[in-house]
Write a protein that binds this ligand. Structure first.
Ligand code: ATP
Length: 898
């Protein structure tokens, strides 16, 4: 602050000029009453005296105001205006704040002695026309009046009696409207932001839980998905807009009472919809719900500050339209819905409630917001002359512009949401080309020629040749594994899949999936999850897909079910190509994905109704279907419980049932029985077994028992490649170690028994011999000798060994006939017997077992991982731990295997 130790005197100036709200605006210099000759004489003297002091100020008499002029603001600079009385001065300055510089009311007592009593009205505010009694402006005025009185009268006999009074200020009764108009944008913004954050969270959670994918696999179209979100929220936004307007009116806020209801409703609705659409757009770029909520809160805070600071009054609210503010800021802000909302709500508040002028501390009442005001530029104030062009903000656009901008916001966000939804990679790595919209197939126009099966196969082969060449180049001229290394069955399967003459309902040709290290270039480090898979699939047959963790089973299922795009190859289902006709395939398809994709807040019954609806199941069939399917998997009793209260196994069963809705011809079951207890698992098996008639089913599992029982054909994958294929018996015979027989004899007869066995079964291998207990392994080459040996052991060939018929006879015969074991009566293919024919019997007991599917699986996995497979527990030397060997049969503990 400036110090002033030696203040200097200065001459008091004359009466300074009046001023309107803005420089040059109309104003009144003086309102005076009563209009008597004596008063006019005093004021004429004042005017003349002042000319010398302030030549720029002309204090001429104007024509008198009548009571009818009480609300008429000045339309030009006026001098001294006679008014009817002091009350008029009060009312006039209240109705037209800051328009008048001074008021004066004389009550001259004629005497003697003569007493000049007068009261001066002044404007005790900080803005235009401020004439506070402590400033020189007020002092000059009273000096001028007193001087004039002294000049025209005998100062020895007359006396002066002066009083001061300030102009009336804002009536405090309208304070609540001031709160609404200044805090309104903030408050109503908050209510819409709640919906915004909810939408963000719900959609991203749905994405995170893959619920959307599941619905899409069940036939939900992308546009329908977005539209359903948009329309359901439109309803919510409409209800909340009605509630907000209703509350505003019920609480009697002027901004609501004095505004056109429809205009208000549309404003809130458009703002809500713009925010909802903005949320839809943001969800396309966010994968985790936590991130979505953080973004929502961030925008909420920014918006709140914006509304509370920027749009709380017209000084800052219209700053964007000032000449000094760069228009770039305004153009950017136009894309933010809460900017557009804040602007129009401020406009409405100004029209409806007027405004509280912070600088002048004056309440300026508004005329109300009518429909037509949407098209009127914003007035600078709401004096009765606000229709006058000069009193309007020249650059502030009419309120309707905010509606147009919010509609523009909605359109832009819709386009962005739909576009980014296609080009931003999802959790499965799916994304379309940046220019996907130029492809006619995107619009359902299939201009590609439908290929014959021969052409299709040839296209797949050409494609593979190119891929191989590219990979060879990338790997420095070699391919790590080729088809030549494949097992014979796998080769045969490939030939069938690639033969146009082989008739089958579905075939997979050279299917490949590469997960890229980099989005931009190929690299030797790219993960080949599935490599040139060729398979044939037949109706009524279930194909069980086995493989270690990370073998590529789920990726295969995901590609076939359209969840992930393949990076090479194709599949044909009933003549429809997976790559180009997935929407048609989806209508034939049912999927039970690896992870349950259920809505927490829906019951089992509601899930079935939802998905049956998506699958176009006739409405009248749904109740019957619900009962039949839920009973089949034993969920009928809990059909009305919310799915989040279900156990893991129950959820799995529900997912399984969902995959069977809509009578699909192709069903993908990814580990359908994970987490189920043995009883329920058997129910599900039974259901699958019945359901597979006339359908193609592909099932992945880690349960060898399940594959053994359900699989008409079993294939084993490792490192994305098919390693073996065939029915259970075929695989056991081909890859198993053959049979194992354990015998118990007297220790003294050990050598005799050994020589007998070895003579009966050439090529058998003694694995263990201790204290009369012998363990033999018979390789597949010795299979022809096994029946004879068993007869000998049973004593039915008249030999010396004797044992009673095993109580737990193998079902191998029937299994061999059908190519697999009987469902629901699983067997490990073993039998056992116990000699009890007295002390003379050579063999006291024996047990026989065939290699299990698990052993076959483990062998194949070991062969595929010569250096040890990290998915299994291995010792430091890379050998299996000894405590994991059971009864001579190697048992591997598989991580994550049920
Ligand atoms: N989105 C992805 N990005 C990168 N690599 C992936 C992706 N999804 C899968 N993979 C890789 O692809 C390989 C095959 O995975 P997949 O899920 O198909 O195996 P799986 O046989 O189903 O295994 P599990 O039995 O554990 O379910 C794995 O090495 C995995 O790490």
């Amino acid at each position: 602050m400036r110090s002033n130790y030696h203040p200097k005197p200065w001459a008091l100036p004359g009466i300074d000029p009046c001023q309107g709200r803005a420089p040059g605006d109309p104003c009144i210099q003086l309102l005076f009453t009563p209009d008597t000759p004596e008063v006019r004489q005093i004021l004429t003297t004042v005017s003349e005296q002042n000319k010398a002091r302030e030549p720029s100020v002309t204090l001429d008499f104007e024509s008198a105001f009548t009571n009818a002029d009480i609300t008429k603001a000045p339309t030009r600079k006026m001098g001294m205006v006679p008014v009817p009385n002091g009350q008029f001065i009060y009312n006039y300055t209240l109705n037209n704040p800051n328009s008048t510089r001074f008021g004066i009311e004389f009550s001259i007592v004629q005497g003697p002695p003569k007493n000049y009593v007068y009261q001066t009205w002044f404007n005790f505010t900080n803005s235009a026309n401020d004439t506070d009694p402590f400033g020189d402006s007020m002092l000059s005025f009273t000096r001028a009046i007193d001087e004039a009185i002294m000049l025209i009268t005998d100062s020895n006999t007359a006396s002066l009696n002066t009083a001061l009074k300030d102009f009336p200020l804002v009536p405090p009764t309208l304070a609540n409207d001031q709160v609404v108009s200044s805090l309104g944008p903030m408050f109503f913004f908050c209510s819409m932001m709640v919906i915004f954050i909810c939408v963000l969270n719900q959609i991203v959670t749905e994405k995170e839980l893959h619920l959307r994918h599941s619905m899409q696999m069940m036939g939900l179209k992308t546009l329908v998905y977005w539209f359903s979100w948009w329309i359901s929220n439109a309803l919510l936004v409409f209800i909340s807009a009605v509630v907000i307007c209703g509350f505003g009116i019920a609480f009697g806020f002027t901004v609501f009472k004095n505004s056109n209801f429809l205009a208000l409703l549309i404003t809130f609705f458009l703002f809500g919809m713009a925010m909802v659409t903005m949320a839809l757009w943001i969800t396309t770029m966010v994968k985790r719900s936590r991130t979505a909520i953080l973004i929502g809160i961030f925008l909420f805070i920014i918006g709140l500050l914006f509304e509370s600071i920027v749009f709380s009054n017209s000084y800052v609210g219209y700053i964007w339209y000032d000449e000094g503010t760069t228009s770039v800021a305004r153009y950017i802000l136009m894309f933010i819905p809460f900017f557009n909302f804040g602007k129009i709500f401020l406009d409405m508040s100004l029209f409806a409630t007027g405004r509280f002028d912070l600088l002048t501390e004056t309440y300026i009442p508004g005329p109300g917001f009518k429909w037509n005001d949407l098209y009127n530029p914003i007035p600078t104030d709401f004096t009765p002359t606000y229709d006058d062009k000069r009193t309007r903000h020249p650059d502030v656009p009419a309120p309707i512009q905010s509606w147009y901008l919010m509609l523009m916001n909605i359109a832009v966000f819709v386009v962005l949401a739909l576009y980014l939804d296609q080009v931003v990679a999802d959790d499965y790595g799916n994304r379309r080309h940046l220019l996907f919209f130029l492809d006619p197939s995107f619009y359902g126009l299939n201009i590609r020629k439908k290929l014959t099966i021969r052409e299709w196969i040839s296209a797949q082969q050409n494609d593979k040749t190119k891929r191989d060449a590219a990979r060879k180049k990338l790997n420095g001229g070699s391919l790590t594994e080729t088809e030549a290394d494949d097992d014979n069955d796998v080769k045969e399967e490939r030939e069938q899949a690639l033969s146009a003459d082989f008739e089958t309902q579905a075939r997979i040709c050279n299917l490949q999936k590469v997960f890229r290290e980099s989005q931009f270039r190929k690299s030797p480090l790219d993960k080949i999850a599935v490599k040139d898979l060729c398979l044939t699939l037949q109706e009524g047959k279930l194909l069980a897909l086995l493989g270690q963790n990370g073998a590529g089973k789920s990726t295969t299922m995901n590609m076939l079910s359209g969840l992930t795009q393949s990076t090479g190859g194709d599949a044909l289902f009933y003549g429809l190509s997976m790559n180009t006709e997935m929407p048609q395939i989806r209508s034939l398809m049912g999927v039970c994905p690896q992870h349950d994709i259920l809505f927490d807040d829906l019951t089992a019954k509601e899930h079935i109704e939802l998905y049956a609806g998506l699958k176009n199941v006739p409405k009248h069939d749904i109740p019957r279907l619900t009962e039949e399917r839920l009973k089949a998997v034993r969920l009928w009793a809990v059909k009305d419980r919310l799915s989040h209260t279900y156990s893991g196994g129950m959820k799995r069963r529900l997912s399984m049932v969902i995959s069977t809705l809509g009578d699909p011809k192709i069903i993908f079951l990814d580990e359908p029985t994970t987490g189920m207890d043995p009883t329920n698992r058997r129910h599900v098996w039974s259901f699958i077994e019945k359901f597979k008639q006339g359908r193609i089913i592909i099932l992945t599992t880690h349960s060898m028992e399940e594959a053994d029982i359900l699989g008409d054909r079993i294939c084993v994958m490792a490192h994305g490649r098919l390693r073996a294929i065939g029915n259970s018996i075929h695989l056991k015979n081909k890859f198993g170690a053959g049979y194992r027989i354990s015998l118990v004899t007297d220790p003294g007869n050990t050598e005799l028994v050994k020589s007998l066995i070895e003579s009966k079964v050439p090529g058998c291998i003694l694995k263990d011999s201790s204290a009369g207990a012998l363990l033999y392994q018979f390789p597949p080459s010795s299979m022809p000798y096994i029946p004879k040996l068993v007869q000998w052991l049973e004593g039915v060939d008249g030999g010396s060994a004797s044992a009673r018929t095993p109580t737990n006879r193998s079902t191998q015969g029937s299994a061999a006939n059908s190519g697999r074991n009987t469902p629901l009566q699983p067997t490990n293919g073993s039998s056992s017997g116990l000699s009890n024919y007295g002390d003379g019997a050579l063999i006291h007991g024996y047990g026989i077992s065939q290699t299990s599917l698990e052993e076959v699986f483990l062998k194949l996995i070991r062969d595929a991982n010569p250096d040890g497979y990290q998915g299994y527990e291995i010792s430091s030397k890379g050998k299996l731990k000894s405590d994991e060997k059971e009864g001579g049969h190697t048992q591997l503990r598989h991580r994550g295997t049920n």
